[in-house]
Design a protein around this ligand. Structure first.
Ligand code: F6P
Length: 550
């Protein structure tokens, strides 16, 4: 199928068949589906690596899944997948290859971009990162005054922050607990202030993470960090070399900033920002967990890459998750997707996924430049599940919106949990299992009445159920499992973008705000007139200046 016909995705026989099937299913109930098929619970599961994926609590039948796979075949999802793995320039609006999978390829792999094998470069950078990480961890790398580095401050934003910040939280129990690792992203000076106010600059290493090295938030924070360090140390520019390293694709800008390019860890334009934390962008994480753990994480990524590349459609987990999202977004009109981890260590996981998914698939224009006529990426949201239960789960259970959700949990608590806290894990997981059960099967009015509830309260205490969930269960949250989870979501997002015929790898939608901020700033600081500024913003700027006494 060519790009033009995919822009009429909703006219294809496969799409129409799904629409008809949706009508036929009508208000089908999970209770009915389970009653009709006693093997459904164990049967509707797949495994990839260490991940056990249960999709039985979805509003689907064998026919639904077959029709969804036919849509994937008609839109040539696997063809685009193969093109991605081969290094073809599938990011068409930026004319770039999309090769985050090369970041975890084995040393002997050959993946070519413009005729050049990129794998040796990937491993050269990983080796350089490992050598540097070991120097910092061992104390061999010292600051300008000769003191050992005890604090790492990562300065970056978006993909240069969310990935390493998330993964550092996830792998906390694997980190060197003597190191303080902080992540600064917001251009609000409060972020940097809180990160450095109690640190000894002589013991602090700043890791400046920016693919482009032009992102205003990051360069502003990096400049302020440099001023802070040099002022506090009463040192000159020569101190920068021991306290600043850069992670970037832009050697020229790194050098302009004053960072020795010997202390730059390189990556490439074929790594998208939101797909980059397993590249040099992961340096702060590697320093925290050590190179061996980082490599274990890469192994986990690779395992799911291989699965996505080779597993048949029927057992391909990223394909399945992508298709389920299409089913709800395009055929049930679901607007959002919740990701609800039952692990405190995954507290930043959903924030990370927000960029991965929403920056990738939040597009209304297809690959051919035509507006699409179907819903694309969902609003992704969620926080660790137990906290959510006491906050927004009410709306998922009894609200008026359909919110498909992923529940992610682990059989074992992390290895170094205080022994007295281990018993809490079963309580945590009891909640995990109880919630998907309640969401799927609810509680009928008769069940409520049978508990002796007064008639006027019966409707309030009834749970309609039928809320679809995926359960992802693993034994333990290890570095490899983290890599597996991230690769799973990366490829799920890929599948959806391929079906919707959008370029999941550009992000033009973030540009306008950046340009306007540059235009408006002189109006705030100098009262400069901004030509063509709208009346609302003009009046707000005037109010702001008045409040600031300008
Ligand atoms: O805001 C858009 C964006 O380009 C993201 O895609 C990216 O992750 C982030 O900014 C940071 O960019 P950089 O790493 O170039 O500083």
């Amino acid at each position: 199928m060519n790009a033009d016909s995919r822009t009429r995705l909703n006219q294809t026989p496969e799409w129409q068949a799904l629409a008809r099937h949706r009508e036929e299913l009508g208000d089908v109930q999970l209770r009915e589906l389970f009653a009709a098929s006693p093997g459904r619970g164990a049967g509707y599961t797949l495994a990839v690596g260490d991940l056990h994926v249960d999709y039985s609590k979805h509003l689907v039948t064998d026919d639904t899944l077959r029709l969804l796979r036919e849509l994937a075949a008609a839109t040539d999802v696997f063809g685009l997948r193969d093109a991605m793995f081969r290094g073809e320039k599938i990011n068409t609006t930026e004319n770039r290859a999309v090769l985050h999978t090369a970041l975890r390829a084995p040393r002997d792999a050959v993946i070519e971009v413009d005729g050049e094998n990129v794998v040796p470069g990937v491993h050269a950078v990983l080796d350089k990162m490992a050598a540097f990480s070991e120097k910092v961890r061992s104390g061999e790398w010292t600051g300008h005054t000769g003191k050992r580095i005890k604090n790492i401050v990562n300065i970056g934003i978006g993909g240069s922050d969310l990935g390493p910040a998330m993964a550092y939280e996830v792998l906390r129990s694997y980190t060197d607990r003597d190191l303080t690792v902080r992540f600064v992203s917001n251009v609000d000076g409060a972020d940097l202030h809180e990160a450095v106010r109690d640190l000894d600059p002589a013991e602090t290493l700043f890791v400046i993470a920016s693919k482009t090295f032009t992102t205003i938030e990051t360069i502003t924070n990096a400049t302020s960090a440099r001023d802070w360090l040099l002022t506090e140390l009463k040192a000159g520019q020569e101190a920068v070399a021991r306290h600043f390293v850069a992670l970037s694709t832009n050697a020229e800008k790194v050098s302009d900033f004053g960072i020795d390019t010997a202390n730059m860890f390189e990556f490439w334009d074929w790594v998208g920002g939101r797909y980059s934390y397993d590249s040099a962008i992961g340096l702060s994480l590697m320093i925290a967990v050590g190179p061996d753990r980082f490599r274990e994480m890469l192994d986990g990524f690779r395992l799911v890459d291989e699965h996505f590349r080779t597993a048949p459609a029927e057992s391909n987990v990223p394909l399945l998750l992508g298709l389920l999202g299409v089913w709800y977004g395009n055929f049930h009109d679901a607007q959002s997707h919740a990701v609800l981890p039952y692990s405190h260590y995954l507290s930043k996981f959903t924030a990370y996924l927000q960029q991965l998914d929403m920056e990738s698939n939040g597009k209304y224009v297809g690959r051919d430049g035509q507006p699409v006529e179907w819903q694309t990426g969902p609003v992704v949201w969620g926080t660790p599940g137990t906290n959510g239960q006491h906050a927004y789960y009410q709306l998922i259970h009894q609200g008026t919106k359909l919110i498909p959700a992923d529940f992610i949990g682990f059989a074992e608590p992390v290895a170094d949990l205080l022994p007295g806290l281990v018993a809490q894990h079963d309580l945590l997981m009891a909640n995990f299992f109880a919630q998907t059960q309640a969401l799927a099967f609810g509680k009928t009015p008769d069940e409520v009445r049978a508990e002796g509830v007064p008639e006027e309260l019966v409707p309030h205490k009834t749970f309609k159920g039928n809320h679809p969930t995926t359960t992802i269960l693993a034994k333990e949250l290890t570095p490899s499992v983290l890599g597996q989870l991230i690769a799973l979501y990366e490829h799920k997002v890929f599948v959806q973008g391929a079906i919707w015929n959008i370029d999941s790898f550009d992000q033009w939608g973030v540009e306008l705000g950046k340009v306007l901020a540059k235009r408006v700033e002189p109006a705030l600081t100098e009262g400069a007139e901004v030509p063509g500024l709208d009346a609302s913003t003009t009046s707000l700027v005037a109010k702001y200046r008045q409040l600031r006494g300008r």
